[in-house]
Write a protein that binds this ligand. Structure first.
Ligand SMILES: Nc1ncnc2c1ncn2[C@@H]1O[C@H](COP(=O)(O)OP(=O)(O)OP(=O)(O)O)[C@@H](O)[C@H]1O
Length: 288
């Protein structure tokens, strides 16, 4: 394929992707009446949630409340028992064919717990996996250039590209996972416990990176976390899962004003208070 043909193909792909402009939607994601049942176990029972375009929405809840199942339902990895999920105005139920499904899927990037990199592929090769899938005719030189750009974007050194996951620190693995999630320049990013297992300094740096990338790229982020510091440092709003549904969504001050015992225990328990106090000590100009 000549360089001109390749350029034309990429231009057509971009035009198709831009036919539905993410910024035209007030809500990136709308979930209505979601039910997820595994045998007798009901995980979600009539769950509603709106994720606004351009926001970082934190998703919290006790272990087993169905945060990951919710994320998997939205990205089509889990077929819900009932309910409706819309991403950028397209209902997942109405997707008629593989082409429509691909068009939607390339609008989002997912970073699963632990980074979930392919251990037999280098960092650069991991980043190229989604690129190869969606743009099979891009030549190797361009793939390498895009991978190098993504490596730099997430703050990894250039020599991280040829390294294998086993050669990286925990923080670098997370960054590599993030680079892969960003490979297709998605409008929507899903992060499942991105700071789990990082030391506090590494976690704070990762929080700052997420906030910076979201701001510069105009991303909408669905962020599952148990980390109170991450909520304070990155999230515009927080959704709380309990009792098989979303019991509250709002800014942290709005949630603090609710009476729900789990929310009070979570934000006003010893760890919650420590996170609130440390957040209050950070000067405002360092919070952005
Ligand atoms: N494929 C599945 N088959 C059966 N049960 C499942 C399946 N996936 C999830 N579950 C169950 O659904 C419940 C919710 O799981 P999920 O992983 O979403 O919780 P979570 O809120 O993300 O928990 P954690 O904070 O511990 O990661 C759990 O009881 C889990 O065992």
């Amino acid at each position: 394929m000549s360089a001109g043909e390749q350029e034309e193909e990429i231009r057509q792909e971009i035009a198709a992707a831009e036919a539905v402009r993410p910024e035209q939607f007030e809500y990136a994601i709308r979930v209505r009446g979601l039910v997820n049942r595994f045998g007798d176990a009901v995980v979600h029972d009539g769950l509603d949630l709106d994720v606004r375009s351009g926001e970082i929405l934190g998703v919290v809840g006790g272990s087993g409340t169905g945060k990951s199942v919710l994320m998997r339902s939205i990205v089509g990895l889990q077929i819900p028992t009932a309910g409706e999920i819309e991403v950028y105005g397209t209902s997942l139920d109405t997707i008629a064919n593989e082409e429509e499904s691909r068009d939607l899927r390339r609008r989002w990037g997912v970073m699963f717990q632990g980074g979930a990199l392919f251990s037999t592929l280098s960092v650069a090769e991991n980043i190229q996996v989604p690129l190869r899938e969606y743009y099979p005719r891009i030549d190797q030189q361009l793939l390498d250039e895009i991978a190098a750009y993504k490596v730099a974007m997430v703050g990894l050194p250039p020599d991280a590209g040829p390294k294998y996951p086993a050669e990286l620190s925990g923080g670098m693995v997370k960054r590599a996972g993030l680079a892969r999630a960003l490979a297709l320049d998605p409008a929507l990013l899903f992060l499942d416990e991105p700071t789990a297992g990082l030391d506090p300094i590494g976690a704070a740096k990762f929080d700052a990176l997420i906030r910076e990338l979201a701001d510069t790229m105009g991303l909408t982020v669905f962020l599952i976390t148990h980390d109170l510091d991450t909520l304070y440092a990155t999230c515009d709003r927080v959704a709380v899962l309990a009792e098989k549904t979303v019991i509250a969504v709002g800014t942290i001050p709005e949630l603090l004003a609710t009476e729900h015992p789990w929310i009070q225990d979570y934000f006003n328990g010893p760890r919650g208070r420590a996170a609130t106090e440390s957040h209050e000590r950070v000067p405002r100009d360092r919070k952005s």
